[in-house]
Design a protein around this ligand. Sequence first.
Ligand code: AMP
Length: 283
Amino acid sequence: MSLLRSVSDMHRLSTELRSGGKRIALVPTMGALHDGHLSLIRAAVAKSDVAITSVFVNPTQFGPNDDYDRYPRDLDHDCALAFGAGSNVVFAPTVEEMYPDGPVATVDVGPLGEKLEGKSRPGHFNGVATVVEKLFRITMPHVAFFGQKDAQQVAVIRFLVKSFDLDVEVIPMPIVREADGLAQSSRNMFLTASERAEAPVLYRALRLAAEQLSNGAADPVGIRQEMKEMISATSGVIDYISLADAATLEEITEKQRGQDVLVSLAVRYGKTRLIDNCHVRIP
Ligand code: AMP
């Protein structure tokens, strides 16, 4: 088990592992690890000889009004959890290690990064794609694990891999939830007790949409409206509610047999912005 803080140490180790024929898995994270992250790490351990967990709060994917400064950071605790889940290496570079000369050449993921989350967070996905590209080059993984919690991120990373012919297998993993349905997130710790009690409505709204898309009479416009009413009955402020084609991320207006739909939402409780989603195939 080793904690590496420098890019050159990490790159040297991965180069050695590769030449020794070892299979490397990477789990990119921003730390504040919870069971959602640990499910990715366990899957990475099962599918590789060496599982690397990266812990890096990447400034370039946060906008000026985002929560970069208050994002939780506790590297000792993260190491204990990551190693406990079987990770062989924790790679936790500083910002200066990753961006020693300030701005870098960036990856532009185009329109894919401008929809849904990208509309609310301009530049976010270019920041994500750029840092993941850097992490791939530094850690040289054969396989990388990402959570469906960030469904658009999975699409962006697949697009990155395809665009640059990267030799990395991308494996998406299911969303890990609390017992009441709230998706686990590093940001949940910022919720007040009353916000925490209200937040599972997001999952209930997604369940309602899934049910209506699968068996119900409501069309997408009606479903969005019902979800809006459910969430608006709490103190949550809706950023967006989307029923989109899972491949194109274009909003849908009618149900089409066999279509894969990504139902997603972002809602603010106080200062905390929560996201969640589910995939539904229309029967
Ligand atoms: P983050 O630290 O928020 O950047 O997340 C790191 C990785 O963990 C991303 O691929 C996330 O999608 C994934 N992740 C975060 N929360 C969950 C969750 N509740 N279930 C599954 N994966 C998750």
